[in-house]
Design a protein around this ligand. Structure first.
Ligand code: SAM
Length: 254
């Protein structure tokens, strides 16, 4: 299948997208000589930051996009390496002191099952830290699904839904999986974007990549146009545009 992740498009909002990453990295308890697994590492820049800031002995960044990993591979060395593969297929062998993931687990379904598998990758005393967007009930997501229904014929009925539980369900899940300490936060990041049109650009770099994979180039442009038309009716026409973005940050140790 076509790889529609695009590092340049994704990093157009690098400053905004990095803020929750730094907050998540700050939740990690630094220990000596850690082995770290970063799931859905993307371009690897933040993985590199994590690796050096906690002085990890070894860090493996895993991502299913060869495009994203092209940039990441330039950062390899000093115990940092990257691997191509899908989170749900558990392609990286071994156990880790920290399983980390920023803005990627929402692409994998069945979080109860997934988290149990990730818990099993931890060494005794190991830590898990993850951040997922919680925007599924916002117009940006609802209207993407609505547009997908309008393009049902071209998409063969495909609708991309991102998996996100409530913060309290994540807290319960961590408890059930035997995390002896935990912290789960819902946080709103207020982003100032140049205009409301930038919200569409933001989503072209993430959620809409799923539709881009399913459609030919012209149909995808029509899809984005229609999505944009619907979205503009819901967003205030102000410059700069204030974009409140909800995210769930979670940390636990066993
Ligand atoms: C929103 S980006 C986050 C990248 C990075 N963690 C960051 O914070 O900049 C999501 C990444 O998850 C990757 N991804 C999505 N589904 C995946 C899966 N099932 N297995 C592995 N990687 C996946 C994408 O290729 C993309 O690079």
């Amino acid at each position: 299948m076509q790889d529609t992740w695009n590092p340049d498009l994704y990093e157009r909002f690098l400053v905004e997208r990095s803020r929750p990453f730094y907050d998540l990295a700050n939740m990690v308890r630094k220990q000596q000589g850690m082995r770290v697994l970063d799931l859905g590492c993307g371009t690897g820049k933040l993985t590199h930051y994590l690796h050096t800031s906690i002085a990890a002995q070894e860090t493996v960044g895993l991502d299913s996009s060869e495009n994203m990993l092209l940039t990441a591979r330039q950062l390899e060395g000093n115990g940092l390496r990257f691997a191509l593969g899908r989170i749900e297929e558990n392609p990286v062998a071994g156990k880790f002191d920290l399983v980390f993931s920023n803005a990627a687990l929402q692409w994998v379904t069945r979080h109860e099952e997934l988290f149990a598998k990730l818990r099993a990758k931890l060494q005794p005393g190991g830590q898990f830290a993850a951040q997922v967007p919680a925007m599924d009930s916002e117009p940006v997501h609802i209207l993407a699904a609505e547009t997908a229904q309008e393009f049902s014929k071209e998409l063969g009925g495909y609708v991309q839904r991102l998996e996100v539980l409530t913060p309290e369900d994540y807290a319960r899940l961590l408890y059930k999986l035997g995390f002896v300490e935990q912290e789960v936060r819902l946080q709103i990041y207020g982003h100032l974007l140049p205009s409301r049109e930038a919200v569409v650009e933001w989503y072209r770099g993430t959620l809409l990549t799923a539709y881009e994979r399913q459609l030919d180039a012209l149909t995808y442009e029509r899809f984005v146009e229609r999505y944009s038309e619907k979205l503009m009716k819901c967003l205030e026409d102000e410059r700069p545009f204030f974009f409140p973005y909800k995210r769930i940050l979670m940390w636990g140790c066993i």
